[in-house]
Design a protein around this ligand. Structure first.
Ligand code: MLT
Length: 209
């Protein structure tokens, strides 16, 4: 952690950890509602030791809890804000890549972080090299068509007992990403909405592959 730092530039408060594995793509860690830039650092270190870690804090506050975009109710998103925040996050990623000399990152998102990662994939495919989406749902009611995810791998981890993301919603997202050309692996775990050891094992195996 010697060179680790928390910065406010460019645009998002974030934590950057340089990493020791220059061959592996950096991880973009995207926390869930109420989390921050520190939350997923242990997860990143556990699933891909030595990778550079770039971890921004969501800029929207819901009752004081950071998120990556506004929502109108549980599972009902303010899509105008979502699109704007996804654009800002894509800009942040581009700036951070220049600043820290990084290759395109693989997003590792949990819950709200997985949903903004899914929006990045659908709206700004160039921003990411791939993604691990934990408990994601379709972020957009009418996703654009596109083919920018050709050759990019996405792991979607959903929970069979998730009270927030119905099984059909996760399947719809997998279909949307595949329609954009992504090589999607969708695993349904014996889990609810929370992160489990199975997620860690599946993400580690995916990133090693
Ligand atoms: C969201 O708002 O992105 C999802 O409902 C997940 C959550 O943050 O609870």
């Amino acid at each position: 952690m010697t060179d680790a730092m928390t910065k406010t530039e460019p645009g998002f408060l974030h934590h950057f950890e340089p990493g020791t594995n220059a061959a592996g793509a950096p991880l973009l860690l995207l926390h869930g509602t109420g989390g921050d830039e520190s939350d997923l650092l242990p997860l990143g270190q556990a699933i891909a030791p030595g990778r550079a870690l770039l971890s921004p804090r969501g800029r929207v506050l819901e009752n004081g809890m950071p998120r990556f975009f506004r929502r109108l109710a549980e599972g009902v998103f303010d899509e105008q804000d979502l699109v704007a925040q996804a654009g800002a996050l894509a800009g942040f990623i581009a700036g951070a890549r220049t600043r820290y000399g990084l290759a395109a990152p693989i997003a590792v998102g949990f819950s709200n972080g997985a949903n903004i990662a899914a929006a990045l994939l659908l709206l700004h495919s160039e921003a990411l090299a791939g993604a691990v989406l934990i408990r994601a749902m379709p972020p957009l009611s009418r996703p654009p068509e596109g083919s920018g995810l050709a050759g990019k791998r996405v792991l979607l981890l959903s929970g069979r007992a998730d009270p927030i993301v119905p099984a059909a919603a996760a399947t719809t997202l997998a279909t949307q990403l595949a329609a954009h050309g992504a090589e999607v692996t969708h695993q349904e775990l014996a889990a609810g909405h929370g992160l489990t050891d199975e997620d860690v094992l599946a993400a580690r195996a995916f990133l090693a592959g």
